[in-house]
Design a protein. Structure first.
Ligand code: PLP
Length: 384
């Protein structure tokens, strides 16, 4: 069955008693045992909850993996994945990284002796040069946030396999509707489902998908032992969002493409970073490994002084962090999402004080362009 149909039908045939088309919320932590030595398959909701199970089966199947795990946030999912590693282990990680992932690695995992080196994960020479005897995994974001750098997943996963390293892909920005890294050789997928999968700026959640029996069993053990699991209400809300993922992603991509073209031709804009644009360095790889583009991109203004008034004048577009929801949000990475990344690293990757990140929603594209136009005009008038 095509992915659009599978998304729309999540949980729809799974409730055998009443036939409810929307899978119920099992708001229970404990489950009665029929008799000694018997179980319904559910004992205690940290280990397994029926509503969460439907979500976990859905994401595992959508990502072509063997097991899915729903966590209380994307960061909880990352923490659970990082618990695969032990003192002395080393990771190779994408240079232009989500700020929270960088903070978790540098401020917390480092205290437990798990270290990371940040490299351009699309560059095999750089990966090889930074590989240590203690390296255990490569963690890839593609496209990266906010600079939309692309990594060739198949190439890196093949390299990682020859060295016995796990390939972990943060697939938050594209979702399995547009990109399925396990089909390209990855072992572990992580999602901040708070973003496109949930899609409505109203539920915080993380998802993990694993490939392979041993890795899936190991992750199930960590997920239950750490306990940063998703509650049944939020599991249901997330599934509700996922049912419309295909429609939303198509509109996000359409709007983002139109607006990136508009910005590219605007005299106040210096650069636009969006892999749907043919002169983006990752255009070819992105086209090959994904079936479309995300709805978020970044752009650099020519004059840093225009940033403050633009953020003050946008009206329809909200000045807010996060991404991937139906409402358009604009953020200033250097002082918000990426504030925990040291300035030297930020400058090295290009997250500077002229960069704005735009999570394009599903509003009508004409209204979004009109809002940008009036905010740019107002900013220009103030500087004159
Ligand atoms: C938001 C985000 C995270 C963290 O997820 P939360 O749900 O906010 O905890 C991780 N990776 C990427 C790429 C993100 O955008």
């Amino acid at each position: 069955m095509k992915i659009e149909s599978r998304l729309a039908q999540i949980g729809s045939i799974s409730e055998p008693v009443t036939g409810a088309v929307s899978f119920p919320v099992y708001q229970a932590t404990a489950f009665r045992h029929p008799k000694l030595g018997q179980s319904t398959g559910f004992d205690y909701s940290r280990t397994k909850n029926p509503t969460r199970t439907i979500l976990e089966q859905a994401i595992a199947e959508l990502e072509s993996g063997d097991a899915g795990f729903a966590c209380s946030s994307g960061m909880a999912a990352l923490q659970t994945i990082f618990a695969l590693f032990s003192q002395g282990d080393h990771l190779l990680v994408s240079l232009d990284l989500y700020g929270g992932t960088y903070r978790l690695l540098e401020k917390i995992m480092s205290r437990f002796g798990v270290t990371a080196t940040y490299v351009d994960t699309d560059d095999l020479d750089a990966l090889e040069a930074n590989r240590l005897p203690s390296t255990k995994a490569v963690l890839i974001e593609t496209p990266t946030n906010p600079l939309m750098m692309i990594t060739d997943i198949e190439k890196v996963a093949a390299w990682a396999k020859t060295h016995g390293l796990l390939t972990i892909v943060d697939n938050t920005l594209l979702t399995p509707f547009l990109q399925r890294p396990i089909e390209l050789g990855a072992d572990v997928i992580i999602h901040s489902a708070t973003k496109y999968l949930g899609g409505h700026n109203d539920v915080l959640a993380g998802l993990i998908v694993t490939k392979g029996k041993e890795l899936s069993e190991q992750m199930a053990f960590l997920h239950n032992s750490i306990g940063a699991v998703l509650g049944p209400q939020d599991s249901w809300l997330l599934m509700r969002g996922m049912k419309t993922l295909a429609l939303r992603m198509e509109r996000h991509e359409y709007n983002a493409t139109k607006i990136s073209e508009f910005l590219l031709g605007h005299p106040m804009v210096a650069e636009v970073f969006y892999p749907a644009l043919p002169d983006h360095p990752g255009y070819g790889v992105q086209n090959r490994q994904s079936s479309g583009n995300t709805g978020i991109f970044s752009f650099k203004m020519k004059d840093a002084r225009t940033i403050e008034p633009i953020l003050r004048h946008i009206q329809l577009i909200a000045f807010a962090e996060s991404l991937g929801g139906v409402e358009s949000l604009m953020t200033y990475p250097a002082v918000q999402t990426h504030a925990d990344i040291p300035e030297e690293i930020r400058r090295k990757v290009g997250v500077d004080d002229r960069l704005l990140r735009f999570s394009v929603g599903i509003e009508h594209v004409d209204d979004l362009i009109a809002d940008l136009t009036q905010a740019f005009d107002a900013a220009k008038a103030e500087l004159e």
